[in-house]
Ligand binder design. Sequence first.
Ligand code: AMP
Length: 285
Amino acid sequence: MTAPILRRLSELRAKHADWIQDGETVAVVPTMGALHAGHLSLVEAACAACDRVIVTIFVNPRQFNNAADLANYPRTEFEDAKKLSGLDVDVIYVPDGDQIYPVGYSSNVSVSGVADVLEGEFRPGHFDGVATVVAKLFLQTGAHQAFFGQKDFQQLMVVTRMARDLDIPIKVIGCPTVREVSGLAMSSRNLRLSAEGLDRAAKLYPIMQQVVARLAGGEGFAPLADEARSKLAAAGFNDIEYFDLRCAEQLQLLERPTRPARLLVAAWMDGIRLIDNIAVDVLTV
Ligand code: AMP
Protein backbone atom coordinates (compact mmCIF):
# COMPACT_ATOMS: atom_id res chain seq x y z
CA MET A 1 0.00 0.00 0.00
CA THR A 2 1.27 3.47 -0.83
CA ALA A 3 1.80 5.64 2.23
CA PRO A 4 0.26 9.10 2.19
CA ILE A 5 2.52 11.99 1.23
CA LEU A 6 2.23 14.78 3.81
CA ARG A 7 3.57 18.24 3.03
CA ARG A 8 2.51 20.20 6.12
CA LEU A 9 3.85 19.88 9.66
CA SER A 10 0.33 20.15 11.10
CA GLU A 11 -0.71 16.97 9.22
CA LEU A 12 2.36 15.12 10.47
CA ARG A 13 1.75 16.24 14.05
CA ALA A 14 -1.85 14.98 13.90
CA LYS A 15 -0.70 11.49 12.83
CA HIS A 16 2.03 11.52 15.47
CA ALA A 17 -0.44 12.43 18.22
CA ASP A 18 -2.64 9.42 17.32
CA TRP A 19 0.32 7.05 17.34
CA ILE A 20 1.63 8.29 20.68
CA GLN A 21 -1.85 8.03 22.19
CA ASP A 22 -1.86 4.37 21.14
CA GLY A 23 1.53 3.84 22.78
CA GLU A 24 3.30 3.20 19.47
CA THR A 25 6.99 3.75 18.72
CA VAL A 26 7.99 5.94 15.79
CA ALA A 27 11.01 5.78 13.48
CA VAL A 28 12.25 8.39 11.02
CA VAL A 29 14.44 7.84 7.97
CA PRO A 30 15.64 11.23 6.67
CA THR A 31 16.52 11.29 2.95
CA MET A 32 16.87 13.68 0.06
CA GLY A 33 14.96 11.34 -2.25
CA ALA A 34 16.20 9.65 -5.45
CA LEU A 35 15.81 6.51 -3.40
CA HIS A 36 17.90 3.41 -4.05
CA ALA A 37 18.43 0.09 -2.28
CA GLY A 38 20.69 1.80 0.29
CA HIS A 39 17.84 4.04 1.44
CA LEU A 40 15.41 1.12 1.37
CA SER A 41 17.70 -0.88 3.68
CA LEU A 42 17.34 1.93 6.25
CA VAL A 43 13.57 1.83 5.85
CA GLU A 44 13.58 -1.94 6.37
CA ALA A 45 15.64 -1.56 9.55
CA ALA A 46 13.21 1.14 10.75
CA CYS A 47 10.19 -1.07 10.04
CA ALA A 48 11.77 -3.92 12.00
CA ALA A 49 12.50 -1.67 14.99
CA CYS A 50 9.41 0.54 15.39
CA ASP A 51 5.61 0.40 15.03
CA ARG A 52 5.41 3.44 12.77
CA VAL A 53 7.82 4.65 10.10
CA ILE A 54 8.14 8.13 8.62
CA VAL A 55 10.38 8.57 5.56
CA THR A 56 11.26 12.20 4.95
CA ILE A 57 12.24 13.53 1.54
CA PHE A 58 13.66 17.04 1.55
CA VAL A 59 16.43 18.35 -0.70
CA ASN A 60 17.87 20.69 1.88
CA PRO A 61 19.33 23.78 0.17
CA ARG A 62 21.35 24.71 3.27
CA GLN A 63 23.60 21.68 3.06
CA PHE A 64 24.68 22.31 -0.54
CA ASN A 65 27.79 24.44 -0.74
CA ASN A 66 27.64 24.31 -4.54
CA ALA A 67 24.69 25.82 -6.44
CA ALA A 68 25.13 23.52 -9.46
CA ASP A 69 25.08 20.43 -7.23
CA LEU A 70 21.78 21.59 -5.72
CA ALA A 71 20.28 22.41 -9.12
CA ASN A 72 21.36 19.03 -10.57
CA TYR A 73 20.32 16.95 -7.56
CA PRO A 74 17.84 14.31 -8.83
CA ARG A 75 14.21 14.83 -7.80
CA THR A 76 12.12 11.70 -8.35
CA GLU A 77 9.21 11.91 -5.91
CA PHE A 78 6.81 9.75 -7.92
CA GLU A 79 9.32 6.90 -8.33
CA ASP A 80 10.36 7.27 -4.69
CA ALA A 81 6.78 6.81 -3.47
CA LYS A 82 6.47 3.74 -5.71
CA LYS A 83 9.64 2.19 -4.27
CA LEU A 84 8.39 2.78 -0.72
CA SER A 85 5.01 1.21 -1.51
CA GLY A 86 6.57 -2.25 -1.12
CA LEU A 87 7.56 -1.50 2.47
CA ASP A 88 5.60 -0.92 5.63
CA VAL A 89 5.94 2.88 5.61
CA ASP A 90 3.22 4.92 7.35
CA VAL A 91 3.95 8.42 6.11
CA ILE A 92 6.15 10.00 3.47
CA TYR A 93 6.86 13.50 4.74
CA VAL A 94 7.84 15.80 1.87
CA PRO A 95 7.70 19.17 3.59
CA ASP A 96 7.07 22.28 1.57
CA GLY A 97 10.05 24.62 1.87
CA ASP A 98 8.24 26.93 4.28
CA GLN A 99 7.60 24.06 6.69
CA ILE A 100 11.34 23.82 7.29
CA TYR A 101 12.49 27.39 6.63
CA PRO A 102 9.53 29.76 7.05
CA VAL A 103 9.90 33.43 6.21
CA GLY A 104 12.15 35.00 8.81
CA TYR A 105 13.86 31.73 9.73
CA SER A 106 17.13 32.71 11.46
CA SER A 107 18.50 29.79 13.48
CA ASN A 108 21.42 27.52 12.84
CA VAL A 109 22.67 24.33 14.49
CA SER A 110 26.44 24.08 14.30
CA VAL A 111 28.46 21.10 15.54
CA SER A 112 32.20 21.42 16.08
CA GLY A 113 34.85 18.73 16.62
CA VAL A 114 33.82 15.79 14.44
CA ALA A 115 32.23 18.18 11.93
CA ASP A 116 35.39 20.25 11.39
CA VAL A 117 37.48 17.79 9.35
CA LEU A 118 36.96 15.85 6.08
CA GLU A 119 33.59 16.98 4.62
CA GLY A 120 33.67 19.95 7.00
CA GLU A 121 36.91 21.11 5.44
CA PHE A 122 36.00 20.54 1.79
CA ARG A 123 32.32 21.53 2.01
CA PRO A 124 32.21 24.60 4.26
CA GLY A 125 28.79 25.05 5.83
CA HIS A 126 27.63 21.59 4.77
CA PHE A 127 27.31 20.16 8.27
CA ASP A 128 25.60 23.28 9.61
CA GLY A 129 22.95 22.64 6.97
CA VAL A 130 22.76 18.95 7.83
CA ALA A 131 22.65 19.46 11.61
CA THR A 132 20.03 22.19 11.27
CA VAL A 133 17.65 20.24 9.04
CA VAL A 134 18.12 16.98 10.93
CA ALA A 135 17.47 18.71 14.28
CA LYS A 136 14.27 20.12 12.78
CA LEU A 137 13.22 16.74 11.36
CA PHE A 138 13.89 15.04 14.71
CA LEU A 139 11.75 17.61 16.50
CA GLN A 140 9.03 17.74 13.85
CA THR A 141 8.63 13.96 13.62
CA GLY A 142 9.02 13.34 17.35
CA ALA A 143 10.55 10.00 16.42
CA HIS A 144 12.03 7.64 19.00
CA GLN A 145 14.61 6.24 16.60
CA ALA A 146 16.36 7.60 13.50
CA PHE A 147 18.11 5.53 10.85
CA PHE A 148 21.16 6.76 8.95
CA GLY A 149 23.66 5.08 6.62
CA GLN A 150 27.28 4.44 7.48
CA LYS A 151 27.87 5.42 3.84
CA ASP A 152 27.95 8.97 5.24
CA PHE A 153 29.96 7.97 8.28
CA GLN A 154 30.90 11.47 9.37
CA GLN A 155 27.31 12.66 8.99
CA LEU A 156 26.21 9.79 11.25
CA MET A 157 28.70 10.99 13.87
CA VAL A 158 27.62 14.62 13.50
CA VAL A 159 23.88 13.92 13.92
CA THR A 160 24.55 11.56 16.84
CA ARG A 161 26.60 14.28 18.57
CA MET A 162 23.98 16.93 17.78
CA ALA A 163 21.09 14.90 19.24
CA ARG A 164 23.10 14.13 22.37
CA ASP A 165 24.24 17.73 22.83
CA LEU A 166 20.74 19.16 22.37
CA ASP A 167 19.03 16.51 24.55
CA ILE A 168 16.76 15.44 21.70
CA PRO A 169 15.27 12.17 22.98
CA ILE A 170 16.02 10.01 19.94
CA LYS A 171 18.24 7.00 19.34
CA VAL A 172 20.39 7.39 16.22
CA ILE A 173 21.14 4.09 14.50
CA GLY A 174 23.80 3.56 11.82
CA CYS A 175 23.15 0.95 9.12
CA PRO A 176 25.71 -0.76 6.82
CA THR A 177 26.54 0.66 3.38
CA VAL A 178 24.71 -1.04 0.52
CA ARG A 179 26.84 -1.53 -2.59
CA GLU A 180 26.32 -2.31 -6.24
CA VAL A 181 27.50 -5.77 -7.38
CA SER A 182 30.62 -3.94 -8.61
CA GLY A 183 31.34 -2.79 -5.04
CA LEU A 184 30.50 0.85 -5.74
CA ALA A 185 28.61 2.34 -2.80
CA MET A 186 25.07 3.17 -3.89
CA SER A 187 24.47 6.91 -4.10
CA SER A 188 21.90 9.19 -5.69
CA ARG A 189 24.84 10.94 -7.37
CA ASN A 190 25.74 7.73 -9.25
CA LEU A 191 22.71 8.46 -11.47
CA ARG A 192 24.76 11.25 -13.03
CA LEU A 193 27.61 8.96 -14.13
CA SER A 194 27.74 7.26 -17.55
CA ALA A 195 28.02 3.45 -17.73
CA GLU A 196 31.71 3.88 -18.41
CA GLY A 197 32.08 6.36 -15.53
CA LEU A 198 30.40 3.84 -13.21
CA ASP A 199 32.92 1.17 -14.26
CA ARG A 200 35.81 3.48 -13.48
CA ALA A 201 34.25 4.62 -10.19
CA ALA A 202 33.89 0.96 -9.16
CA LYS A 203 37.69 0.75 -8.89
CA LEU A 204 37.56 2.79 -5.68
CA TYR A 205 36.25 0.03 -3.42
CA PRO A 206 38.83 -2.67 -4.27
CA ILE A 207 41.60 -0.09 -3.87
CA MET A 208 40.24 0.73 -0.40
CA GLN A 209 39.96 -2.97 0.46
CA GLN A 210 43.58 -3.57 -0.56
CA VAL A 211 44.72 -0.75 1.73
CA VAL A 212 42.73 -2.19 4.62
CA ALA A 213 44.20 -5.68 4.03
CA ARG A 214 47.76 -4.29 4.00
CA LEU A 215 47.12 -2.25 7.16
CA ALA A 216 46.07 -5.53 8.79
CA GLY A 217 49.42 -6.95 7.65
CA GLY A 218 51.20 -4.22 9.64
CA GLU A 219 52.12 -1.71 6.90
CA GLY A 220 52.02 2.01 7.75
CA PHE A 221 49.33 4.15 6.16
CA ALA A 222 51.31 6.97 4.49
CA PRO A 223 52.99 4.91 1.73
CA LEU A 224 49.80 2.91 1.19
CA ALA A 225 47.85 6.13 0.75
CA ASP A 226 50.39 7.44 -1.80
CA GLU A 227 50.09 4.22 -3.79
CA ALA A 228 46.29 4.25 -3.58
CA ARG A 229 46.11 7.87 -4.73
CA SER A 230 48.19 6.98 -7.82
CA LYS A 231 45.92 4.04 -8.57
CA LEU A 232 42.84 6.21 -8.19
CA ALA A 233 44.28 8.85 -10.50
CA ALA A 234 45.04 6.11 -13.06
CA ALA A 235 41.43 4.90 -12.75
CA GLY A 236 40.18 8.39 -13.69
CA PHE A 237 39.59 10.07 -10.33
CA ASN A 238 40.91 13.52 -11.10
CA ASP A 239 40.70 15.14 -7.67
CA ILE A 240 41.18 13.11 -4.52
CA GLU A 241 40.15 15.47 -1.76
CA TYR A 242 40.97 13.12 1.07
CA PHE A 243 42.09 9.54 1.49
CA ASP A 244 42.49 9.32 5.26
CA LEU A 245 42.83 6.75 7.99
CA ARG A 246 41.05 8.14 11.05
CA CYS A 247 39.92 6.85 14.41
CA ALA A 248 36.26 5.92 14.38
CA GLU A 249 35.39 7.90 17.55
CA GLN A 250 36.89 11.37 17.16
CA LEU A 251 38.06 11.21 13.53
CA GLN A 252 41.67 11.98 14.43
CA LEU A 253 44.27 11.00 11.83
CA LEU A 254 46.04 7.68 12.37
CA GLU A 255 49.14 6.12 10.83
CA ARG A 256 48.20 2.65 12.09
CA PRO A 257 44.82 1.29 13.17
CA THR A 258 45.74 0.87 16.82
CA ARG A 259 42.14 1.65 17.79
CA PRO A 260 38.81 1.29 15.95
CA ALA A 261 39.36 3.11 12.66
CA ARG A 262 37.85 4.03 9.35
CA LEU A 263 39.32 4.59 5.90
CA LEU A 264 37.48 7.58 4.42
CA VAL A 265 37.66 8.87 0.86
CA ALA A 266 36.24 11.74 -1.20
CA ALA A 267 37.16 11.93 -4.87
CA TRP A 268 35.78 13.32 -8.10
CA MET A 269 34.91 11.24 -11.15
CA ASP A 270 33.65 12.92 -14.34
CA GLY A 271 32.57 16.02 -12.39
CA ILE A 272 30.73 13.99 -9.74
CA ARG A 273 31.94 14.00 -6.15
CA LEU A 274 31.87 10.52 -4.61
CA ILE A 275 32.50 9.59 -0.98
CA ASP A 276 33.01 6.20 0.61
CA ASN A 277 34.42 4.70 3.79
CA ILE A 278 35.07 1.30 5.31
CA ALA A 279 35.83 -0.04 8.75
CA VAL A 280 39.42 -0.97 9.53
CA ASP A 281 40.19 -3.78 11.98
CA VAL A 282 42.19 -2.88 15.05
CA LEU A 283 45.80 -4.00 14.74
CA THR A 284 46.51 -6.22 17.71
CA VAL A 285 50.26 -6.86 17.30
P1 AMP B 1 20.73 11.02 1.14
O1 AMP B 1 19.39 10.91 0.50
O2 AMP B 1 21.86 10.78 0.19
O3 AMP B 1 20.88 12.24 1.98
O4 AMP B 1 20.83 9.81 2.14
C1 AMP B 1 19.82 9.55 3.09
C2 AMP B 1 20.29 8.47 4.00
O5 AMP B 1 20.59 7.30 3.25
C3 AMP B 1 21.59 8.84 4.75
O6 AMP B 1 21.50 8.37 6.08
C4 AMP B 1 22.63 8.09 3.98
O7 AMP B 1 23.78 7.76 4.75
C5 AMP B 1 21.87 6.83 3.59
N1 AMP B 1 22.50 6.18 2.46
C6 AMP B 1 22.85 6.74 1.28
N2 AMP B 1 23.46 5.83 0.51
C7 AMP B 1 23.50 4.67 1.20
C8 AMP B 1 24.02 3.36 0.94
N3 AMP B 1 24.63 3.07 -0.21
N4 AMP B 1 23.87 2.42 1.89
C9 AMP B 1 23.25 2.70 3.07
N5 AMP B 1 22.75 3.92 3.38
C10 AMP B 1 22.88 4.88 2.46
